[in-house]
Design a protein around this ligand. Structure first.
Ligand code: GLC
Ligand code: CA
Length: 590
């Protein structure tokens, strides 16, 4: 990278080396081990298969490509890989429209190859997490095709939400629900004779009809799908849109301010029973098989209910990435997250990005650095240099917090959101259904740059003629894995060192934190007695506590001061955290 401001992984008082990569006092975690509670402090890397690596040269990522890059992930230091849906799918929503939950999409590979991949990863100490999509199926799924071919009131239709329309001729939707991808949540069918028929519900695109989770077939089928993948050795499942499965059968309008559990299609109390059954399935297997919920819920107490000991193991903590780059707000998010998790005994999770949200380098380079779907917008002034600095600081902050850590592919390369993709390449239904007012999520799904100076940057094998399915920006020549591997100050080097320290330090990952006294715009906490994390969100450099050596810093220290928008990991050499002489930290020059 040429970006001077990013320089300085290491700090003057020590090098970027962790204090020890050996196993201190024999307490080090060993990475993925199905026989222990590996998931409580795990580092899980999200592979968006279409955009990770293309093995056969057609411009679309695939399992062959992933297999050639497994060593890269082992070297990065991850414990598990979560694969976004790899099943047979017309890809109307990037694979979240599944036509067959037991087969791999031919553009990605075959079931045999998936099994090989699972065992190759396991041999490298990496577990596999698959993505289960229970709320809806593809409109090409045999169940939905059978439902369309059957009459109103038929058993085939009972697995979905078919409903007659309102008004004269039934030409008004059954209710006014709006799709999560904007536009109506209902689409009208056609009868075999061409006349308009019933409507069906889809909380996402019209290609994703919602299943009726009160129907025993739906429950039995998904439990069988869980077993199908657990039988193939997967270490866990990520549950897509986990808060949406149950609906109020009366299909009422959505109240202006629904009370807890009163929303007609979100976070309904009946969901817990479903996840208790899933937990029983997972627990019937040897080794820890985990259930990870995708739960976008503003009410953190309600969120934590899903993490009771007989329900899900963990769930994505989206609150943190929805916060602005502000010390008080981030501290509040950390405290409320940890407080909500404590009573149920579940570890928190930390993430800065996934395939649905704006890349952190771009987000943190904007005035409003919080993420919300409703405020996703293109054309906002962005300072990528500032964004990259903050994304580095945020990475070290997250990786030091108690619990498990998710990394979305390309985050470790500091990729920015690609906001100028040609309109004819955009595929996200969020973009298409909003008539282009929402730029959609394609910009965070652009294929990874691996090597070389020109697109496709090694994403496809040498000699491949096809373009990658989304065009990579030429500026990514500086951000390829190859370029960053050579540069000790690169984002990739920062992530590698960060994960190496995290893995070798038994105080990191699962556990507790202890806040240290600091000024308001600084976050400082200890993990155990030998690790301190300090993030400077003020506008001035700050002093670090005396008697500490620097293990790792996200920006170069100047005259032993930690600059703004930076995080340092420290090792208190002489001091214990109980030692009240540790005052951490004060703004420089005071
Ligand atoms: C989840 C996925 C997202 C998908 C949606 C519908 O939010 O993360 O990518 O579009 O569910 O399945
Ligand atoms: Ca391919």
């Amino acid at each position: 990278m040429t970006d001077g401001v990013l320089a300085g992984v290491g700090a003057p008082r020590s090098t970027a080396e962790p204090r020890s990569t050996a196993e201190p006092e024999g307490r080090s975690r060993s990475g993925f081990d199905p026989d222990v509670q590996w998931w409580r402090g795990a580092v899980i890397y999200q592979v968006y298969v279409r955009s990770f690596a293309d093995g056969n040269g057609d411009g679309i990522g695939d399992l062959a490509g992933v297999r050639t890059r497994l060593q890269y992930l082992a070297d990065l230091g991850v414990d598990a890989i979560w694969f976004t849906p790899w099943y047979v799918s017309p890809l109307a929503d990037g694979g979240y429209d599944v036509a067959d939950y037991r087969a791999i999409d031919p553009s990605f590979g075959s079931l045999d190859e998936a099994e090989t991949l699972i065992s190759e990863a396991r041999n490298l100490g990496i577990g596999t997490i698959v993505d289960i999509v229970p709320n809806h199926v593809s409109d090409q799924h045999p169940w939905f095709q059978a439902a369309l071919a059957s009459k109103p009131g038929s058993p085939e239709r009972a697995r979905f939400w078919f409903h007659p329309g309102r008004g004269k001729d039934g030409d008004e939707m059954p209710n006014g629900w709006v799709s999560n991808f904007s536009g109506p949540a209902w689409t009208r069918t056609q009868n075999p004779d061409g006349t308009p028929g019933e409507w069906y519900l889809h909380l996402f695109s019209a290609h994703q009809p919602d299943l009726n989770w009160s129907h025993p077939d739906v429950r039995a089928e998904h439990e069988a799908v869980l077993r199908f993948w657990f039988d193939r050795g997967v270490a866990g499942v990520r549950i897509d849109s986990a808060m949406l499965l149950m609906k109020d059968p009366a299909l009422p309008e959505i109240p202006a301010a629904p009370g807890p559990g009163e929303h007609p299609n979100t976070d309904r109390d009946e969901l817990h029973e479903i996840y208790r059954r899933w937990r029983a399935v997972a627990d019937s297997y040897s080794g820890a098989r985990i259930l990870v919920g995708e739960l976008w819920l503003p009410d953190i107490e309600r969120f934590a209910k899903y993490l009771r000991p007989d329900e899900l193991h963990t769930a994505f903590n989206f609150d943190f990435l929805a916060r602005p780059w502000d010390a008080a707000s981030l501290k509040d998010s950390i405290d409320s997250t940890l407080a909500a998790h404590a009573p149920v005994g579940a570890p928190a999770t930390w993430l800065l990005s996934n395939h649905d949200v704006t890349r952190p380098v771009t987000r943190y380079g904007q005035e409003d650095s919080s993420f919300a779907f409703a405020t996703r917008r293109a054309g906002v002034p962005t300072d990528l240099e500032l964004g990259r600095k903050r994304a580095r600081a945020a990475a070290l902050l997250c990786a030091a917090l108690p619990g498990s850590l998710y990394i979305y592919q390309g985050e470790e390369l500091g990729l920015d959101e690609v906001q100028d993709l040609p309109a004819d390449q955009l595929q996200d239904p969020m973009y298409l259904r909003s008539g282009g007012t929402d730029p959609g999520r394609d910009g965070c799904r652009v294929p990874l740059p691996w090597a070389g100076s020109r697109p496709p940057f090694g994403f496809s094998p040498a000699g491949a003629t096809g373009e990658s399915w989304l065009r990579q920006p030429s500026r990514w020549a500086e951000l390829t894995v190859e370029a960053q591997q050579r540069d000790p100050h690169s984002m990739l080097s920062l992530y590698r060192t960060m994960l190496r320290i995290r893995r070798s330090d038994p105080d990191l990952g699962d556990g507790q934190l202890q806040w240290l006294p600091s000024s308001d715009s600084v976050l400082a906490f200890a993990r155990g007695e030998r690790f301190i994390c300090v993030t400077n969100l003020s506008r001035a450099p700050i002093e670090l506590p005396a008697g500490c050596s620097v293990l790792l810093a996200s920006s170069e220290l100047t005259a032993d001061l930690l600059p703004p928008d930076a995080t340092a990991w420290l090792h208190p050499e002489r001091l214990q955290t109980q030692d009240r002489t540790l005052r951490c930290p004060t703004e420089g020059g005071e």
